[in-house]
Design a protein around this ligand. Structure first.
Ligand code: ATP
Ligand code: MG
Length: 194
């Protein structure tokens, strides 16, 4: 499924790979072990195409999708955990966020004046959400998060307040939701306890 053929790569002055070859077949699970700075992340970035080899090549079978879990989880805040999981699947997440915002606006007594226009907008956004199969996706996202031990409160709450370990789980959930053919996980257990 993934072929590494005669790969050479230098990062600055550091030679990371010299004529390295390997192959990953469908359903294989491979662990990549090495000391800090030996090139694990570099290999992931080569596989996802974020970096190019100096020599040799990396090939993916036609149509293979890869879910990449980066060692740096990155910024996560300002969204509910459930919305954050759906970010990876594209425009439907934006629609989900607007839908949630409209729901709380409609329930807000201070915005009673706007209720009519809010309800109208809600109808439009809801139709869009249905069109993008958002309800099915959201329920799948909930199953994935529940499988990683998220409670309902955590799913609805701000992802920004979660600890590093929970953010890692969040990032894992994002990849699981996409159902890629291959998952490349760069130190996914960094902030996780047993
Ligand atoms: N953008 C860059 N420019 C120059 N050198 C780099 C760059 N990124 C990585 N390197 C160097 O390439 C080598 C491999 O780095 P890489 O991040 O792949 O290692 P790693 O095995 O993932 O390490 P760690 O276990 O610390 O995550 C290191 O010597 C690093 O300093
Ligand atoms: Mg690394």
């Amino acid at each position: 499924m993934i072929g590494i053929d005669n790969l050479s790569k230098q990062n600055g002055h550091q030679i990371v790979f010299i004529e390295a070859s390997a192959a990953l077949q469908r359903s294989e699970k491979v662990g990549l072990v090495g000391a800090n700075g030996t090139g694990k992340t570099t290999l992931f970035r080569l596989i996802t195409g974020e970096e190019q080899p100096d020599e040799g090549q990396i090939s993916l079978d036609r149509g293979v999708t890869i879910g990449y879990f980066s060692q740096d989880v990155g910024e996560m805040k300002g969204r509910s955990a459930i919305a954050e999981v759906m970010v990876g699947v594209g425009p439907v997440s934006e629609v989900a966020i607007e839908l949630k915002a409209l729901e709380s606006a409609m329930a807000d007594p201070a915005r009673y004046d706007e209720l009519e226009s809010l309800v109208e907008r809600y109808g439009e956004v809801q139709a869009k959400f249905e069109e993008l199969d958002g309800y099915a996706l959201e329920s799948r996202a909930r199953v994935v998060l529940a499988g990683l031990s998220f409670t309902d409160e955590m799913m609805e709450g701000d992802v920004g307040v979660l600890s590093g370990g929970w953010k890692m789980r969040e990032a894992l959930a994002r990849i699981l939701l996409i159902k890629p053919d291959a998952m490349s996980l760069d130190e996914p257990s960094n902030h996780l306890d047993l």
